[in-house]
Design a protein around this ligand. Structure first.
Ligand code: PBG
Length: 338
């Protein structure tokens, strides 16, 4: 008998394909990253991220309602604060009346069912664009962790459902869990960016927040030696086993979810982390991945919607329980039309 196997029987038409499809996507798989700025009625498009805006709190809340109506159930919040609020300690990060804290309160007031996950890292507040405090030319781990705990607790006080540390300092999950519990926030979860690589795919995001590590500018005001990149805390993209180690440590320290970042170029890591932990694995489909698709589509070189859905499905297939993506709204819209 030839051929012995006819795999094509299961691919004959869309009905049979839909019956045997192994992975599915729904709007509830997505988290939407949002950039918040001061002011009122502000929506400023980010040049390297077409379709993505920095919004003032009022318009952010409106957008969150629209996202909720599309079936999206979580937002990741980032803020762009003015330069005069930035220093080396990042102390604006735990100002109870800071931009982030006000944004969280406003969203939770108007759309209480939306899961709000603020980013916990000092870079938007650092005059040097680093995720930690600089001392003697290096990022100081333990004092940074102390600062991050204050930041996380202030987010919880403002009403955050989850905090999402993206800084990659050692020991921050344990300290954050202890800090949240001590302050009474036993139900505030931690989504740890466990395997966050030092990646050039974050370029457009740093444009959005103006948070690229900046050496020269600040040596003028304060002569400090500033590391030129984030490689002493974010991971080396040549490494695989290290990602599993980091994820397991975070599970041990009390993380409720772990995240792998970036997404599509790191799907081997997603699968391995998924196979090694027993908590949900999130994936961040980052700014550079978004920008590449937008740019190629603008040139007419790729089919935007098809590539978008393929990438998101492949991230899910690799083992993601949830995906943080700038495509969340567009993809949810398409999924809802079906
Ligand atoms: C910083 C942070 C970054 C991103 C999320 N949180 C940038 C960085 O580490 O420099 C990148 C997200 C993206 O590129 O979409 N704590």
């Amino acid at each position: 008998m030839f051929p012995l196997h006819r795999g094509r029987r299961l691919r004959q038409n869309e009905s049979i394909r839909s019956l045997v499809r192994e992975t599915s996507l729904s709007p509830a798989d997505f988290m939407f990253p949002m950039f918040v700025v001061e002011g009122e009625n502000q929506a400023i498009e980010i040049p390297s991220m077409p379709g993505i805006f920095r919004r003032s709190i009022d318009l952010t809340v409106k957008e969150v309602q629209e996202l909720f109506d599309l079936g999206i159930r979580a937002v990741n919040i980032y803020v762009k604060v003015s330069d005069d609020l930035k220093d080396n300690t990042g102390k604006e990060a735990w100002n109870s009346d800071g931009l982030m804290q006000r944004a969280i309160r406003a969203i939770k007031k108007e759309v209480p069912e939306m899961i709000v996950m603020p980013d916990v890292a000092l870079d938007p507040y650092s005059m040097y664009g680093h995720d930690g405090i600089i001392k003697n030319g290096a990022i100081e781990n333990d004092s940074t962790v102390d600062a991050l705990v204050k930041m996380a607790v202030s987010h919880a006080e403002a009403g955050a459902d989850f905090v999402a540390p993206s800084d990659m300092m050692d020991g921050r999950i344990l300290r954050m869990r202890e800090g949240l519990d001590a302050a009474g926030f036993i139900n505030v979860g931690i989504m740890s960016y466990s395997a966050k690589y030092a990646s050039a795919f974050y370029g457009p995001f740093r444009d959005a927040l103006d948070s690229a590590p900046k050496e020269e500018e600040n040596t003028v005001t304060e002569p400090v030696e500033v590391p030129k990149d984030k490689k002493t805390y974010q991971m080396d993209y040549a490494n695989r086993i290290e990602a599993i180690k980091e994820a397991l440590w975070d599970v041990e320290e009390g993380a409720d979810m772990v995240m792998v970042k970036p997404g599509t170029a790191y799907l081997d890591i997603v699968r391995e982390v998924k196979d090694n932990v027993n908590i949900p694995v999130a994936v961040y489909h980052v700014s550079g991945e978004y920008a590449m698709i937008k740019a190629a589509a603008e040139k007419g070189w790729l089919d935007h919607d098809k590539i978008m859905m393929e990438q998101l499905m492949c991230i899910k297939r690799a083992g993601a329980s949830l995906i943080s993506t700038y495509f969340a709204k567009e993809a949810a819209f398409l999924l809802n039309q079906k």
